[in-house]
Write a protein that binds this ligand. Sequence first.
Ligand code: ZN
Length: 265
Amino acid sequence: MVYHYLYIFLFTLSGSLFAKTTIQKLSRQINRLSHLNQSMVRSCPLGDKDNSIDDRIWRDAGFSNATVSILDISNIYQSDFNRYTHSVDLTLVNLKGAGWDKELLKKTLERVAEVYKQCGIKVNNPKYVETDPPYSRVDISEEKNHDAALAKLLPSPSRPTLFFIRSNIEGKTGFAWPKDFADPPIQNTAFITAEVNTSEYKEKRQKGYSPTAHELAHIFGNCEHIEGKDYNILSKYYDRVSSDITKAQCDSFKRSNLVKEIPDA
Ligand SMILES: [Zn+2]
């Protein structure tokens, strides 16, 4: 009989313990759900993508204090009825102290994107690298192969890669190394000086002209300047060079292996 009561007692005790744990579990669940509901109304802070791995790769390659991010130029493609059949990946390397900054480079790239709209070519997730200049050089000499030395350090085979420098010792405002003009790693790289941002330079060029788009045209077209009186992106004359691209040029750019076809476009 004693055992009988003991069993009932133990049974009741274990039952209430079971009920207690179940209630605790349920209330935790409810708390979690209500917490989720609160998060759904508020938008979660997204923050920046963690680029520490990319940063390390560039720093290890010799680009001290490099930080890597993506330049957001998506506003260029908003409410846009252009049809894009092709896209390009670009890497922009800003050598600190050369006279460029992230905002200026964003504007520069937006201009490039506008220029290539006429070919149906879209600029895709442009990679932006801000770094201390290797060898402390922001004035780059072709004769002394400073440009090749920079290209040699690049940790990524992705091209085109654009270096934003202060000046070219030989006096050019920008220059590029298309496929048939150089071997890797300098092949398909370009160097743009900060001189292109001066009012003096801009006054001499056509409105809307983009020196960066011009250097890219050398690379995409794998070609030199063109003669003639027409306004054109690759004109050799400073008063004729413009953002105009002919249909034949667009077609040749799209044949470049640096310009990718957008599937089902
Ligand atoms: Zn040129």
